[in-house]
Design a protein around this ligand. Structure first.
Ligand code: ASP
Length: 439
């Protein structure tokens, strides 16, 4: 068995957290490849090392004195090193970093040092080899990941080592300059490493015990999702909060490697298992509920619309012209409704309406604003009769007016449109009927 374990910033914020991570790694011999983030916040108002590095580099770039912030960063690492009782000395590393900041080595270089240094500390603490991600993760000159080159380099390099630490978040471009992924990108590094070594499992250790069925700001103490498929996760993540960087899914999904989201502070919790496919019966009919407020709908009516070839394309062409992406597009025989993000749409509202009139000569165009979309997602829905019925009777009992319904033909999700003000009560009603009622 081979496992890749990635630890997020809060799991490595100080020596105490480092020790928890170390105990987790040592408790399972198959946890052989470790991907650390940079130290995160130790308490609510604390600063993340990555943010401090960005701030420090901004000072350097503007020709101001950056030594004070750099010293604070250095103190954070020294605190960890001392707390772990290591004899590691980072003087040389900080000298290089300071010099490179002085000659403006780049914002990405600056940010990447958080993971780089944490990787060195982690490798010393565990007694594992340290592999600089710049030597095994590659980007092209426009900053896109070179996935095949990376996979080959990682596989070749890791085949020569039994235990290694590979810092997350960055790699290098063809000219040798450092390039980072977008924020939270250590998740991607972990996924790339898991793919390269054909891991049995990619464990992603963070500060929550997995994905929750619904947003805890709306539902009090929601249940944890035990198993979720990659497709279900996509349906939920495009609307909701993210525990995992979206791009982390693709490398492992390609290889059918499961991801396990785990909690460093509660290693006894099983967390959420993300899989390609499963025949395990889900505990509840629905896997999760996610949603977002702030949509608006454009309802277009025209007699005989269904017979007019190219109608939809012409309408969507107007949105495309103004760079507005649409979220959903339910239609009737003579109507077509387009849901867009209100914030993206407002500026172009009148131009879009005029454009639709010119393009398709509709009978009417009506707008409705302040709408919310809710996605109810679950692979279990396909096999269960009456799911939609239960959702809508629950909403009716809660006196919620449903403005739109859209069921994907995969039967994996049902999208419901309600007024912004009904958003929270609607999620509560759906949660109660499927989860609370079955507890
Ligand atoms: N340290 C980086 C960030 O704060 C990357 C990561 O943690 O995944 O975004």
């Amino acid at each position: 068995m081979k496992k890749v374990v990635k630890f997020g910033g809060s799991s490595l914020a100080n020596a105490e957290q480092f020790k928890k991570a170390g105990d987790i790694i040592r408790s399972d011999a198959s946890r052989r490849y470790v991907v650390p983030s940079a130290p995160g916040k130790r308490y609510g108002s604390d600063e993340k090392i990555t943010d401090m590095l960005y701030a420090c580099y901004a000072e350097a770039e503007n020709g101001r004195d950056y030594s004070e912030i750099l010293n604070r960063i250095r103190k954070r690492y020294e605190e960890i090193i001392d707390g772990l009782g290591l004899s590691l000395n980072l003087d040389g590393e900080f000298l290089t970093i300071s010099e490179k900041f002085g000659c403006k080595a780049g914002r990405d270089y600056a940010a990447s040092r958080g993971e780089y240094l944490n990787g060195i500390v982690m490798a010393a603490y565990l007694g594992f080899d340290f592999i600089d991600a710049a030597e095994v993760i590659f980007f092209d000159s426009s900053g896109n990941l070179e996935s095949e080159q990376t996979n080959e380099a990682l596989a070749a390099r890791l085949s020569g080592t039994e235990h290694a630490v590979i810092p997350g978040f960055y790699g290098s471009m063809q000219d040798g300059r450092i390039k980072t992924f977008s924020r939270g990108g250590s998740d991607i590094t972990g996924s790339l490493v898991a793919r390269a070594i054909q891991a049995d499992m990619y464990e992603n250790w963070t500060d929550v015990s997995g994905f929750l069925v619904a947003d805890p700001r709306i539902i009090d103490n929601p249940e944890v999702i035990e198993t979720i498929t990659y497709r279900e996760l996509r349906e939920l993540s495009y609307m909701g909060a993210s525990v995992l960087h979206e791009d982390a899914i693709f490398p492992v999904r390609k290889e059918g490697i499961p991801i396990n989201i785990r909690n460093t502070n509660h290693p006894e919790d099983k967390g959420t298992l993300i899989v390609e496919s499963t025949c395990r019966r889900p505990k509840y009919t629905i896997t999760g509920i996610a949603g977002k407020k702030g949509f608006c709908s454009i309802n277009i009516e025209k007699a005989m619309m269904n017979a007019e070839v190219g109608f939809g394309r012409k309408v969507l062409g107007v949105f495309e012209k103004y760079g507005i992406s649409f979220e959903h597009m339910p239609s009737g025989i003579d109507t077509m409704t387009i849901f867009v993000h209100q914030s993206e749409f407002e500026e172009y509202e009148q131009s879009v309406i005029a454009g639709i009139h010119r393009a398709v000569q509709p009978d009417t165009v009506e707008l409705e604003s302040d709408l919310a979309l809710i996605a109810v997602v679950g692979r279990g829905m396909r096999a269960t009769r009456g799911t939609a019925g239960r959702i809508f009777s629950a909403l009716a009992h809660a006196h919620i007016n449903v403005k739109m319904i859209d069921q994907g033909s995969s039967e994996l999700n049902i999208i419901i449109g309600v007024a912004n003000d009904d958003f929270e009560p609607a999620i509560q009603a759906i949660y109660d009927i499927f989860i609370t009622a079955q507890l």
